[in-house]
Design a protein around this ligand. Structure first.
Ligand code: NAP
Ligand code: GDP
Length: 349
């Protein structure tokens, strides 16, 4: 458990579940910038699964009662790319439902002022019109490849609305303040501290790891060219968001966004690219760390493509933050490749 604290008397506690993962580490990095001065009076606590299994109510209760949070950013989840989802729908549904029900129940029991949970653009209906917006989450079945993860995530929105209704009814009698439980909907996230496992990861970390192994092999053999196998046709489209941008936006939501209804956290629609475009950027980024080796892409169409696109509108976000500048994907991928190259031994893989 990482505990970023100065003077702890009279400080409010901001608990981040899933604080050791891709997004949690990015939140920690943003909070640490400027010597933590951007968040005066707040003590941040970053939890990992070693601190307790949040899918078990007794363990979750112990952690929450120990920290007594005022704010919760709920990131902990069973997470994975297309192929892990396709193979494990039942576990994704059961484990994530247990984690989410325990976390929100404890936020209610401890009267947490604000709880922000995390959905994903991959939970939207498969058959839909584009761009997707926040009103469309429940308007039809999700893509079959990740129905377990999707339905579990959709239930967070149901819980948030249920708790809001309960507090409104209670407030009529007691007149006390009503907490805000809400959710954010990020697109496909990438960055340092990602899960780079070859089978279970999302596409960008998976391709970075594969490219790394190919480049190392080429260096050993003294060859100048190597291949990177991209699963599927490479034609599906995704709006990738850099983890540090997402972290900044999540912190903004935690302190400024007061609605129960979710908010999409995404790059603009025109920043959507194909899987092969992302793979090409990875190949080019390896050229910076291993300039003598050229990586050629090949597509293996025996793998599935998953959802062809899930173009999301960030209009709601842009109404609040019209000038937010996202990290260009070329730069984000370059930094992620460099991070993996320099941190191979400690990277999750
Ligand atoms: P991640 O890197 O896999 O991290 C998952 C985090 O959850 C880790 O800190 C992990 O702890 C913790 N965790 C998992 N199971 C737990 C359990 N049973 N009890 C306690 N902690 C547990 O995931 P991420 O990519 O940062 O995802 C963060 C959130 O963003 C998730 O809610 C995910 O659904 C959402 N999201 C992710 C993406 C994406 O592309 N990655 C896209 C949209 C939404 P350990 O490190 O100790 O295992
Ligand atoms: P999604 O965005 O939720 O569908 O999940 P992913 O991040 O796993 O991206 C899946 C898309 O990337 C599909 O079109 C896959 O065919 C494609 N893809 C290409 N190579 C890989 C790879 O090595 N790993 C993963 N996870 N997906 C890959």
């Amino acid at each position: 458990m990482a505990d970023i604290s100065g003077n702890t008397t009279d400080m409010k506690v901001f608990l981040v579940t899933g604080g050791t993962g891709l997004v949690g580490k990015a939140v920690e990095e943003i909070v640490k910038q400027n010597d933590g001065k951007d968040y005066p009076g707040i003590k941040f606590v970053f939890l990992g699964s070693k601190d307790g299994d949040l899918s078990v109510y007794k363990e979750a209760k112990k952690i929450f009662h120990q920290h007594k949070p005022n704010y919760v950013l709920h990131l902990a989840a069973m997470v994975g790319g297309l192929f892990k989802n396709e193979a494990n729908n039942l576990s994704f549904f059961r484990i994530n439902n247990l984690i989410n029900d325990n976390v929100l129940r404890l936020c209610d029991e401890l009267r947490v002022e604000k709880c922000v949970s995390c959905l994903s653009t991959c939970i939207f209906p498969d058959k839909t019109v584009y761009p997707i917006d926040e009103t469309m989450i429940h308007l039809g079945p999700p893509h079959d490849s990740n129905f377990g993860y999707s339905y579990a995530k959709r239930m967070i929105d149901v819980l948030n609305r249920g708790y809001a209704q309960k507090w409104q009814q209670e407030a009529k009698q007691s007149g006390c303040n009503i907490p805000v439980f809400t959710s954010v909907i990020p697109t496909n996230v990438y960055g340092p501290y990602d899960n780079f496992n070859l089978e279970d990861s999302h596409v960008i970390p998976g391709l970075i790891h594969k490219a790394y192994l190919q480049v190392q092999d080429a260096i050993q053999k003294g060859t100048k060219e190597t291949q990177l196998t991209v699963c599927g046709s490479g034609r599906p489209m995704r709006q990738f968001i850099y983890s540090l941008d997402l972290a900044r936006l999540m912190l903004w939501v935690s302190f400024n966004y007061q609605q129960t209804e979710p908010i999409i956290l995404s790059v603009d629609e025109e920043d959507e690219i194909t899987i092969n475009d992302a793979a090409q950027l990875i190949a080019e980024s390896f050229n910076k760390v291993a300039p003598d080796i050229k990586i050629n892409l090949i597509n293996d169409c025996s793998f599935s493509d998953g959802q062809l696109k899930k173009t999301a509108s960030n209009l709601k976000l842009r109404k609040h933050l019209p000038d937010f500048v996202f990290t260009p994907i070329e730069e984000g991928i370059r930094t992620s490749v460099k991070w993996f190259w320099n941190n191979y031994d400690l990277a999750r893989k």
